[in-house]
Every structure is written in structure tokens, then in C-alpha cells.
Design a protein. Structure first.
Length: 276
């Protein structure tokens, strides 16, 4: 089986890293759309268009399931993607997927990202949860629904991680400049009393050490990637995409990873080889 994964850049590698721990025997195609990065300040229509083009490409490459390893693309496009690709009781869906996958599949499931507000509600002691995400994620209707979970329980404060994606795309995740950039967006959340910080963009876990250094030991920082990886395994098991014996550590086979990008691929290759 092959798992297709995409993001606007290298951020989705933070999700790939966790998935690979659970599924070392599976094959992956990772697409970094860095020629169109960042997605965070683009229109919803733009991001939806990119998500559909990349999904088509991943199916052509042989993907059996797609991980939208990007909060911004999930918020903008996952409903439309599921509508077009996931329900095989609809004739037009079956026809589209059979065509795009070269007859291999009649539907495709999508695993998306969501800011981990729910687990954060149970973790905060101050009653204030801070969410760092892109502008696109924070203004999306999907995020408003997620935030409703906190109503009457805890206060949720947000900040755009200004400049975070650019740092990670340059591979600059530590040092005085990275610390200044991170501090500008994180400090307002800490000043509001947040003791639990949700990373609502898949690029941000690569800044984890810098974020922890600024936040200090009393603050919990949540990266949702391990939970997303577990969810992917559940869906693949349910859909028969992990035949017995090939799941995770039981497999003797070492999976292959194909790395693709729409722009310069040097940072992608460096970061991926550090993971692989
Ligand atoms: N990594 C992405 C996310 O999770 C996209 C960041 C961006 O391109 O702005 O939101």
C-alpha cells in the first residue's frame, strides 16, 4: 500500500515522522508544494485548487489513502476532497477515482489535521489554552467548530505564528533570530495566562525546542502528529489497507519513500533524510 502525504512545504514531515514510526513497512509519497508556500495567507479557493491538483498527482503515483498534513489545507479543502473522492456509493465518485487511480481504487479516504484544542482542555491548569496557527486556519469555519468544544470550559486565545513557516522552510529552527521570531507570536499567548500551547500548523513542531525554551518548563506544548498517525493506522486497518502482518513493526519489509516538490527540494531532502 502507498500513503500519499502533502503540505505546503516541509511542515508535513512532522506528521510523516510519526506515521513512519507506526508503519515502517509501508511506502510513502510526500509532496511539498513549496513553490506555492505559504498557504496560510492565500485565499481558500487557491488552497482548494492546490489540494485537488496534488491529490490527482498522488493518485497517479499510486496513493491508496491521502494524509493532508497541513492544517491550512485541511481547513480549506478536506470537505470538498471527501465529497469528490471518498463516498463510493456515488457513481461519479467511483468513476473519478477509478480514472485517476488507473483502476486501482474506487474511493480514497483523507486524514486531516485539526488544532488539538480538545486534549488541551483537559490539560490546562490556568484555564487558558493558546493556539498558534496560520491566518487561513484561524479564520476557517472548521476551526470555529473546533473552538466551540472549549465554550464554558476554558478560554482559548490565538495568535498567528508570524514568520514561523518561513523559518522552517529555510531550515532555520534555532538561534537568536528564530527565538525573536517565535517570541513575538508566543509571548502574547503566555501573557494571557496560557499554560498549554496547541501547535495548529504542521511546520511549528520543527520549532519545538525554541518554543519550549521561550515558554519555559511550566507550559505544555501539544504536537498533534502522534494522534494523527494513530488515526491513520485505525482507518487503514478498518479499510483493509493493512493486510495482516504488514502493519507496523510486524513487517520485515522496509518501506520506500518518494519525495516530490513543486520548487527547490534541497531542504525537503535534508530534513527527510534526517527522519529516514
Ligand atoms: N504546514 C501548514 C499548516 O499546517 C501550512 C503553513 C503555510 O503554508 O502557511 O497549516
Amino acid at each position: 500500500m502507498m500513503v500519499g502525504i502533502f503540505d505546503s512545504g516541509v511542515g508535513g514531515l512532522s506528521v510523516y515522522r510519526e506515521i513512519r514510526k507506526l508503519l515502517p513497512g509501508e511506502d510513502f509519497t510526500y509532496f511539498s508544494d513549496n513553490a506555492h508556500c505559504p498557504y496560510g495567507d492565500k485565499s481558500r479557493e487557491y488552497v482548494v485548487d492546490r489540494a485537488f491538483r496534488i491529490t490527482g498527482l498522488l493518485l497517479e503515483k499510486g496513493a491508496d489513502i491521502v494524509v493532508v498534513a497541513c492544517n491550512t489545507a485541511t481547513a480549506a479543502a478536506i470537505s470538498a476532497l471527501r465529497e469528490s473522492y471518498s463516498d463510493n456509493t456515488k457513481e461519479e465518485v467511483r468513476a473519478r477515482v477509478l480514472k485517476e487511480s488507473g483502476g486501482r481504487r474506487d474511493h480514497i479516504e483523507f486524514i486531516g489535521m485539526e488544532p488539538a484544542v480538545k486534549p488541551a482542555i483537559g490539560m490546562t491548569h490556568t484555564g487558558v489554552v493558546g493556539v498558534l496557527a496560520t491566518a487561513g486556519t484561524l479564520r476557517a469555519e472548521k476551526y470555529r467548530h473546533t473552538k466551540e468544544l472549549a465554550y464554558g470550559k476554558v478560554k482559548v486565545v490565538e495568535h498567528i505564528g508570524e514568520g514561523f513557516v518561513e523559518l522552517v522552510e529555510k531550515g532555520e529552527t534555532e538561534g537568536p533570530h528564530a527565538e525573536n521570531v517565535v517570541r513575538s507570536s508566543l509571548q502574547p499567548l503566555l501573557d494571557s495566562g496560557a499554560d498549554t500551547i496547541v501547535l495548529g500548523c504542521t511546520h511549528y513542531p520543527f520549532l519545538m525546542d525554541t518554543i519550549r525554551k521561550i515558554a519555559g518548563p511550566g507550559v505544555t506544548v501539544i504536537d498533534p502528529a502522534p494522534a494523527i498517525a494513530r488515526h491513520l493506522v485505525e482507518v487503514m486497518e478498518r479499510d483493509g489497507l493493512l493486510p495482516d502482518g504488514t502493519n507496523g513493526k510486524a513487517s520485515a519489509r522496509k518501506g520506500q519513500t518518494l519525495l516530490l516538490s513543486s520548487g527547490d527540494d534541497s531542504v525537503l531532502k535534508n530534513m527527510a533524510s534526517a527522519i529516514i
